[in-house]
Design a protein around this ligand. Structure first.
Ligand code: FES
Length: 615
């Protein structure tokens, strides 16, 4: 490889208008990932698929490799096209990324791209001509504005909007803009003054929080951001959060402020990426499990943790942003979607809504694999739901090198020539392993005989030679090397430990038990399921074969009927933001759902014990 001309190269990407400094000699794929532009790397960057084409607009990169010469035409190379996994930057450069070379952002709401809905947001924006006051017309500014708006618009006006009324209705041109949300006038200004109308949809998870930003005038998706839920310092699951709220005098306040704080954080990150002012966000929709729902609203969740485990409220809540403490337009409407039961929340409603589960002509199941696992089953007539405590393993928590689905996370593990091949998001050096990588890693180790039916990592003797070299330690301290120190982002090896596999075993056992009991309740067998939707913060990539191999679903479900749908709960929140009709549908679904209580079920314990085994 020719010597790079500088130590660090500034690489700019279009049409994203994103940039990053990378060490010269880094691959184009690595530079893209560092800039937050994700490239699809179907062959894991081995230069065999030719799908990662990027066009070099300016700057110098390495000469085409043999792989590039065999996968690109001469005309393409002459036009500047290169393979992102092969070509390396030598100088400052400008690169263009074609749409078909892009990977879905792991936070992205894939379901929304294929889901049809009518775009009718809850924020309405109109411009009216307001009559000027005169000695002959001494109606107040507000009365003249209301008259201009017409009878159907007899809405209360927020204090902030009232304060802007005198100047707005007297501005030259006399055209006045009115923005209303949830039956309140929230903004008044001269018509010429408008920065845009935006909305945010948030999935407030027990472990991971994701926010999505949309343009509410066009419906366009603008940006997303994710963060870990800071409440995790009080415990990994909802029961520990409830306990913290019950046993500390400031518990509820702490948890409420942390929930609001992290929602503010993801909205601010997304708004910053999109160059949108927080004051121009006029509506926020939010989904979360019932505990997160209560804590976000500041409602005491203690009764969720005590028999009979009832929520304090289940319906859709509309509140003003200022009352909750959200740093968006202070009068913005915050719509918190309805919950179903004490442990089946608005995230499940979002999943059912986005996955159109009840529209399916056949029996179908949706499984949300989060810290609180939720399962919904549609048998063509009834909608049954249940939840289980899966633990945060599949979101990367309580796993030694677990991480969120982010650039550099190992998202796939395959077997190549008897050895493990770890493939990371963006083709970056490994920073850890995310949920989909965990499914794969355990499935592959089961397949190779490195994990036994009890979930124990076996000794290296007897394993294929390449794999045996990756196994170290004894008994419960045994571990498998996934990425060596020189393949990782921070110079430390990425390993999968016996304890990690135990966490996966507990999580999959809980979800599987919920699946089995719901099927039994509905009088169905696994073969009856026409489709199974797998949702979760692990991202849009999930290998159904791995899911079936680890036994998270019954093995008799045909592989081709299992589909990963990414963060479907977030997609549900986005639908409720973009369409009032979808928001109403969410309310109907929450009413329609019949809850099966597993929390205290003896049967659940029996099925769980069996479902823990790897068979
Ligand atoms: S050629 Fe397959 S990812 Fe680059």
């Amino acid at each position: 490889m020719p010597e790079p001309k500088f130590d660090a190269c500034h690489i700019r990407f279009s049409p994203d208008d994103k940039a990053a400094f990378v060490t010269c000699g880094a691959s184009l794929a690595e530079a893209a990932a560092r800039a937050g532009v994700l490239i699809s790397l179907p062959c894991g960057g081995r230069g065999t698929c030719g799908k990662c084409r990027i066009r070099v607009l300016s700057g110098e990169v390495t000469e085409p490799t043999d792989a590039e010469r065999s996968l690109l035409t001469e005309a393409e190379i002459a036009a500047g096209f290169r393979l992102a996994c092969q070509a390396r930057v030598l100088t400052e450069a400008a690169l263009e990324v074609p749409q078909d070379s892009r990977a879905l952002d792991r936070k992205e709401i894939g379901l929304l791209q294929s889901r049809r809905f009518s775009f009718e947001p809850g924020v309405c924006n109109c411009v009216v001509e307001v009559e000027q006051a005169s000695l002959g017309d001494q109606r107040s500014d507000l009365d003249r504005l209301r008259a201009a708006l017409g009878e159907d618009f007899d809405l209360p006006c927020s204090l902030k909007a009232l304060r802007r009324l005198p100047a707005s209705t007297r501005a030259s041109g006399r055209s006045t803009r009115v923005i209303a949300a949830a039956n309140r006038i929230v903004h008044v200004s001269p018509a010429s003054e408008l920065n845009g109308i935006y909305g945010a949809a948030v999935d407030l998870g027990t472990t991971t929080v994701v926010g999505y930003l949309f343009d509410l005038e066009t419906g366009e998706y603008l940006a997303s951001a994710a963060s870990y839920n800071p409440q995790a310092r009080h415990g990994a699951d909802v029961v520990s959060r409830i306990n913290y709220a019950m046993t500390n005098s400031h518990g509820l306040t702490d948890l409420h402020q942390e929930a609001v704080g992290v929602v503010n954080d993801v909205i601010a990150q997304a708004a910053h990426q999109a160059g949108v002012g927080l004051d121009d966000i006029y509506e926020v929709t939010l989904v979360g499990n019932t505990c997160m729902h209560h804590l976000f609203l500041g409602v005491d969740p203690r009764h969720l943790g005590q028999s009979p485990y009832v929520p304090s409220l289940t319906e859709l809540v509309n509140a003003e942003a200022r009352d909750i403490g959200l740093d968006v337009h202070p009068s913005a409407n915050v719509a918190v979607l309805p919950v179903i039961a004490g442990f089946v929340g608005a995230d499940t409603v979002g999943l059912i809504l986005a996955g159109e589960l009840t529209e399916r002509p056949h029996a179908a199941m949706a499984v949300d694999i989060g810290t609180n696992g939720e399962v919904a089953l549609w048998n063509g007539r009834d909608l049954l739901v249940a939840s289980c405590a899966a633990g945060p393993a599949f979101e990367g928590a309580q796993i030694q090198h677990g991480t969120r689905a982010m650039p550099g996370a190992i998202e796939r593990v395959e077997v190549r020539d008897g050895d493990l091949l770890a493939i990371t998001i963006g083709g970056l050096p490994a920073v850890g392993i995310c949920g989909s990588g965990l499914f794969d890693a355990v499935a592959v180790l089961l397949e190779l005989g490195a994990v036994d039916s009890m979930g124990r990592l076996v000794a290296a003797e007897g394993l294929p030679e390449a794999l045996a070299r990756r196994v170290s330690g004894e008994g419960p301290s045994r571990q498998v090397l996934l990425a060596a120190a020189d393949e990782s982002g921070d110079g430390r090896p990425v390993v999968l430990t016996a304890h990690d596999i135990r966490q996966v075993q507990l999580a999959k056992g809980a979800v599987r038990a919920a699946v089995e009991l719901l099927l039994a309740e509905a009088g169905l067998t696994a073969e009856d399921l026409g489709e199974v939707l797998l949702a979760g913060a692990f991202g849009n990539y999930v290998n159904p074969r791995s899911i079936l191999r680890i036994g998270l679903l019954p093995p008799s479900v045909p592989e081709e009927r299992v589909h990963g749908v990414g963060n479907a709960a977030g997609a549900g929140a986005a639908l409720a933001l973009l369409s009032l009709a979808e928001r109403e549908k969410a309310v109907e679904l929450a009413h329609q759902a019949q809850h099966l209580e597993l929390f205290t079920s003896i049967k659940f314990q029996e099925v769980f014990a069996e479902a823990m085994l790897f068979v």
